[in-house]
Design a protein around this ligand. Sequence first.
Ligand code: NAD
Length: 310
Amino acid sequence: MPRSEQDSALEGVSQPLTDITIPPTPRPNHEVAAAGAPLDMPLVRETRRPARESGQRGRVVVITGAAAGIGRATALRFAEEGARIAAWDVSDQTASQLESAIKWAGGDCHFQVVDVANAKSVESAAAAVAEKWGRIDVLINNAGIVRDAQLVKWNGGSPASIMSEETWDSVIGVNMKGVFLVTRAVVPYMIKAGGGVILSAASVVGLLGNFGQTNYVASKAGVIGMTRTWARELGKYKIRVNAVAPGFIATDMVRSMPAKVLEAMVAHTPLGRAGTPEDVANTYLWLASDQASFIHGTVISVDGGVVIGT
Ligand code: NAD
């Protein structure tokens, strides 16, 4: 029976409370109905719990590629929970705006220009975070690029174009080697601190493959492989390692694609829409929280159902 009906059913009843059996549920505050209390006393409603926090307050969260898209949304989402954000990006064009937005959202921000594909840049950035805040609790390997080309584009009986080595190297360098370099630099701080959480950006195409994306698909499949390997290696240090596989998320990365391709991507998404950066940010937040404390070595799809196929 809904609460309002229960309340009105009890109104005007004159027996002493002791003669009435009050079921323990669904009246959560039954203890307030002390013996002898008049029945017309308004029932005390269940005390409203304070908003559940994700447990990120004060945690030090390194986010790569934090200046745009999913990385930026993730930085702001963790900031709302009171985290300290070490924002790393190869570009500092929007750094001061990002810093103000993070502070406004409720977090603390330390921005550094970092190229995740460069070991020296990564090592010194990790050391700077540890020097500033003394620890690293969460790492989000988000930085990524696309450089699409067919492996061999055949036209008129001969190759019209191929995926160049440079195109291959650049994407593998940022998306896969970058995840390796950043994680390698951060893990010692987590081990020293007694644990941590590592989350990396894979992609639905790392699970399914994709036309024109040999390099990108290989890099994301590599991220999934490293995630599973690190889950085995780092679990004993209480470091949880997982990957997220977004589908089509509306960011600058995909906005440059032709309208026809974007429409087709939505058409292949059972939920019938593009994802938002916040959809992915919320997943990172949950995976980093203690609510996900037994989730380890897995890949969580955030793709509106793309991975089940159409
Ligand atoms: P985005 O292009 O909007 O932002 C990427 C950010 O990474 C930028 O700020 C860029 O400056 C930074 N970056 C690029 N190279 C870097 C480097 N060498 N070092 C440090 N920072 C670097 O991208 P996004 O759409 O927000 O994607 C974020 C992640 O999610 C990527 O790893 C991407 O592969 C993955 N992903 C995105 C989608 C999507 O549909 N948008 C789908 C699946 C996976």
